[in-house]
Design a protein around this ligand. Structure first.
Ligand code: NAP
Length: 461
């Protein structure tokens, strides 16, 4: 795929970029390795100063960055502004807490003194997706740089202007040029970089196939990986839930980011007693959503990022229908220009059909009926993914059962799944492994070094 900015609202090619040559890639890896040797020694106070400056740049120029995001991948502009603000938040969070997360941890043993020290590993390759083109990168880069690592970004090929803008933010914040570099390259260059001894670890946020490929190459080289992959999150509504609130949040949780979020709610599992009412209200709210130009304030759903995503989504809906599903609303691509797809609700989806638990990346919801909590949990867990999960109930016994039995990296009770720098984020099963954010995230790319100091008597003693 060429490295090009193509506006998904109009189909217009905004800019194209030449991919880096092998020689240029080699020079960037060398700069990363050289920079790491000195950067790892910078005191926390200096890293903090630069990271706070990055936060300020994000806050001051958030409207400009938001426009770059929206014109490259189509998210509503207001959501893009919030994304830039959230990036500033994660920079501030790690600027202020990294020294605590990575402070020596004293452990009492038979040694005179023993403790754990957390040291940076070196240049880390980050392979990132287009759907949150700033956030995914900052949630890796802020902890990685605060820990003393240096970063190399291979961003998705359709968001090169976002990738270059992020590199510029870190440079303008005062980080040395080799501390964070964008590599404008295609996915085919990743293998060579993972095999290069100068790169010590990798993180990938993206699809399951990309994760499998990166993890297997890195595995052969015995290099640590963190994988943040897809999801087919359940959103369960039980009889005691506040139905008004559950419906409103359900629609938001399915259609956020034009439906292209790993933690978007994708399967809605509703207690039989309230199913009909939930279905009626949910369909009605989906029909009210305004599709259109993501630059307009009144737009709820903009275009999908690429024509391929629209075609994949359409094919999934057609497969669902072929296996017995009914379309209650939507179900069609809109005529161009732009990659638009109608907000869609599917019912009667066969639980044995693969589409019932695949990741659906667009504004398409599937509704299921459950006659009791055990059936709701069985449907929720009937997927190879395990990223997020949400359950709506005011019954404390039910809450406890959901918390215990949902197979996911997080459980939100009476709320919408969302990331927060203070809480760990990641998945189980085919949604990946490792964690980002909070203390868990900053400790992924460090050497957890045991230090043991004994008494050594002098010869004269
Ligand atoms: P993608 O196609 O897997 O691409 C993600 C990144 O991986 C891009 O930079 C892509 O480069 C690269 N890539 C693709 N195939 C590769 C390969 N075989 N080897 C090395 N690199 C490869 O995913 P996407 O369509 O951009 O993003 C959507 C997916 O990301 C969804 O599955 C979503 O759930 C997941 N996601 C997960 C999280 C999470 O936190 N768990 C967050 C956001 C998104 P090119 O663009 O050059 O192909």
């Amino acid at each position: 795929m060429p490295i090009a900015s193509i506006n998904p609202t109009t189909g217009e090619t905004l800019k194209t970029f030449d991919a880096l040559s092998a020689k240029q890639i080699g020079e960037k890896l060398q700069l990363a390795a050289d920079t790491f040797r000195s950067y790892r020694r910078t005191p926390f106070a200096e890293r903090t100063r630069m990271m706070l400056r990055a936060a300020e740049i994000l806050e001051t120029r958030k409207n400009e960055f938001a426009k770059v995001m929206t014109t490259e991948m189509g998210k509503p502009l207001k959501a893009a502004v919030s994304e830039a603000e959230k990036c500033a938040w994660v920079c501030r969070y790690y600027a202020e807490t990294a020294h605590e997360h990575l402070a020596d941890k004293v452990v009492e043993t038979n040694a005179r003194k023993s403790y754990v020290r957390f040291q940076p590993l070196g240049p880390v390759l980050a392979v990132m997706p287009w759907n949150f083109p700033f956030w995914q990168v900052f949630r890796f880069a802020a902890p990685a740089l605060m820990a003393g690592n240096v970063g190399l970004l291979k961003h998705a090929s359709n968001v090169p202007q976002c990738a270059l803008a992020i590199e510029e933010i870190f440079r303008d914040a005062g980080f040395p040029a080799g501390a964070f570099q964008t590599l404008l390259i295609g996915a085919n260059e990743v293998e060579g970089i993972l095999n290069d001894a100068r790169v010590v670890a990798a993180t990938l946020t993206g699809s399951e196939p990309a994760g499998r490929s990166v993890a297997s190459i890195a595995g052969k080289q015995i290099k640590k990986t963190v994988l943040e992959l897809g999801g087919s999150d359940p959103f369960i509504v039980m009889l005691s839930a506040n139905l008004n609130e559950a419906v409103t949040i359900a629609v938001k949780a399915r259609t956020i980011n034009n439906g292209q979020s790993c933690i978007a709610a994708k399967r809605f599992i509703v207690a039989s007693e309230i199913y009909e009412e939930f279905e009626r209200r949910f369909v009605s709210e989906m029909q009210k959503l305004k599709i259109g130009d993501p630059m307009e304030d009144s737009t709820d759903i903009g275009p999908l990022a690429t024509p391929q995503i629209v075609n994949d989504l359409d094919e999934q809906v057609k497969r669902a229908v072929a296996s017995g599903a009914r379309v209650l609303t939507g179900g069609n691509k809109l005529n161009g220009p732009g990659n638009f797809y109608e907000p869609t609700v599917l019912v009667n989806v066969d639980l044995n059909a693969p589409v019932s638990c695949e990741e659906i990346f667009g504004p398409v919801a599937m509704l299921f009926r459950a006659s009791n909590i055990d059936e709701a949990i069985r449907i929720a867990n009937a997927t190879t993914f395990g990223l997020g999960s949400a359950a709506w109930t005011n019954d404390s016994k039910e809450q406890a059962q959901f918390i215990d039995e949902l197979e996911a990296g997080c459980v939100f009770i009476n709320g919408m799944v969302a990331s927060d720098p203070r809480l760990p984020f990641g998945g189980v099963k085919s949604s990946g492994y490792g964690r980002e954010l909070a203390q868990f995230g900053i400790r992924e790319f460090v050497n957890i070094k045991t230090v043991w100091i004994g008494e050594s008597k002098t010869d004269t003693e």
